[in-house]
Ligand binder design. Structure first.
Ligand code: HEM
Length: 499
């Protein structure tokens, strides 16, 4: 298949209305559009994993509250936990939805050639996401927020489980679209468009399965690290005041440690699995992540590489054979090098630079993995302290846990930057280059939307951070709808927020 040529959709180039060369304008539009997409996506993905992870943990907490309903003390503890963490979940959910809506507009605004190209493939998973997963999430979220005391306890409990399933299904369908960009399957190219021929192939894409499990468990890691950090802050505060640590936060921290430990091991396991898939499907991304310049058998794993601006190594520290073991499960397995892959891609796709920006892929991969290792160590130490019944007394561990709230967010952000920038110059691997996908609009429009979105998102971030911090500190408890007396049976008052 021949993708549309660089330049206008019809392949023509020419001076624009101001007389500036069209190529220069398009390059500016492209760069600014990429910045805009990067900024808004990174921001949006601050909320998504927290929503997915917190929904599941809230479902677990509420189930525990339900199952202990005959034991007043234990029931109160789990019920209090559910009510405390749900405030953070709801703030996060609201901002996540708002920022997600903008993403879809951007496809039409800045990436219209891409939208036309992938529209037929993306239409189905994105429509199912909106109609099935998002409707499931929002409908049952409404029942969960306003239904307490109005629907039976079982229906109320079922509603948070359905919200949790909805968040995971949403992730599955969105990731199906992304996985298709990493590894296109189940399509044929008709003219200048990809047309889906097999929905099942799109939904069982090996890239999707790897990435869904990695993202799902990293979402659980993100929410457990937040719960652990906020609980640690409360336990420290109570220690300072000489109070008995609150049962609610001690139990929250323990739940976070157990679920978090399982989730971080699973995240790493599926991340490693993804690396193997990547070596087969996008060998350039793997070589770039590891700064492997020439094909090697028994390739070493780079702990540190310093290179010059053209990407050649100047200084390296490497672990012998480790990369072959990671990528190929084989001590002497071959790992392709950047220079050989570049030559192959030129032969296959024509002249061009098929290398991503090496220092970005190299460092983002390392930062993601490094954060993962730090979290693994922290969670393992927490489990050890818990076993020895010294968790609440270990001030240094609690302090470190508060700071460690940032780690999963850094790992998620660098994970996505690595995934997306490592695929460059392709937006759809092997089919459509990013430079071919951008809308043919003036730079002024993109500057305006870039500045506008960045300003609005920064404001939203400040509001969100302020609200999350306020509620995490335990302020504003009386605002909670749950604190209102439960309605008597037969009381049909309409909740205040229905319209
Ligand atoms: C040993 C640890 C880890 C390994 C080996 C690993 C491996 C990978 C690989 C290979 C990719 C790129 C996949 C692709 O481009 O096709 C990736 C992406 C990603 N990683 Fe990790 N990862 C690790 C830890 C983590 C942690 C701790 C988090 C977050 C808590 C995380 C979050 C992400 C995210 C959000 C993405 C982008 C989505 C995706 O492509 O799946 N990773 N990881």
């Amino acid at each position: 298949m021949k993708p549309p040529p660089d330049g206008d959709a019809d392949g023509t180039f020419g001076p624009n209305a101001q007389g500036a060369p069209e190529g220069f304008i398009m390059a500016m539009t492209l760069d600014l559009s990429r910045w805009q997409f990067g900024i808004t996506t990174v921001f949006h993905f601050m909320f998504v994993p927290l929503t997915i992870g917190l929904a599941l943990l809230l479902a677990i907490m509420q189930t525990a509250a339900h199952r202990t309903r005959k034991d007043a003390e234990r029931h109160d503890k789990w019920d209090h936990m559910t009510r405390f963490w749900r405030r953070l979940f709801l703030i996060n959910f609201a901002v996540g939805v708002v920022t997600g809506i903008v993403q879809e507009f951007q496809f039409g605004m800045n990436w219209s050639v891409y939208s036309r190209y992938v529209g037929s493939v993306f239409g189905a998973p994105l429509a199912v996401e909106a109609l099935l997963a998002f409707f499931l999430e929002s409908t049952f979220l409404g029942i969960w927020i306003f239904g307490k005391g109005r629907v039976s306890a079982r229906v109320h409990l079922a509603s948070i489980w359905l919200v949790s399933i909805g968040t995971m299904l949403s992730a599955l369908f969105i990731l199906a679209a992304n996985a298709w960009m990493q590894h296109p399957v189940g399509y044929k190219v008709v003219g200048n468009r990809a047309v889906m021929t097999n929905f099942w192939a799109v939904m069982t894409n090996s890239t999707l399965i790897g990435s869904f499990l990695h993202v799902l468990f990293s979402a659980l890691v993100t929410s457990t690290m937040l719960i652990l950090g906020v609980s640690a802050w409360h336990l420290l505060k109570d220690r300072r005041a000489g109070h008995t640590p609150q049962q609610v936060f001690a139990t929250s921290a323990k739940l976070a440690l157990v679920v978090g430990a399982v989730a971080i091991v699973a995240t790493m396991f599926f991340g490693d699995n993804q690396a193997r898939i990547m070596e087969r499907q996008q060998p350039m991304k793997m070589a770039a992540a590891e700064a492997i310049y020439n094909t090697q058998n028994g390739a070493s794993f780079s702990l540190l590489t310093i290179g010059d601006l053209s990407g050649n190594p100047i200084f390296q520290i490497r672990l012998p054979h480790m990369l072959s073991v990671l990528a190929d499960n084989n001590w002497d397995g071959p790992v392709q090098g950047i220079n050989q892959i570049q030559a192959k891609e030129v032969a296959k796709y024509g002249p061009g630079n098929y290398k991503p920006i090496l220092w970005v892929t190299y460092w983002t991969f390392r930062i993601m993995v490094g954060c993962g290792i730090l979290m693994l160590l922290l969670l393992a130490e927490g489990l050890w302290l818990m076993r020895r019944r010294r968790l609440e007394q270990s001030a240094w561990f609690l302090r470190f846990s508060v700071f460690a709230i940032a780690l999963p967010f850094i790992a998620n952000t660098t994970g996505w930057i690595f995934t997306e920038m490592g695929r460059q110059p392709w937006v759809v691997y092997g089919l459509l280059k990013t430079s071919q996908a951008v809308s043919h609009i003036g730079t002024g429009y993109v500057v305006t939307s870039l500045v506008g979105f960045t300003a609005i998102y920064s404001l939203l971030a400040a509001i969100d951070f302020g609200l999350m911090a306020r509620f995490a500190r335990g302020e504003g408890e009386t605002d909670d709808h749950d604190d209102e007396p439960e309605p008597e049976p037969g009381d049909n008052r309409v909740p205040a927020l229905v319209y």
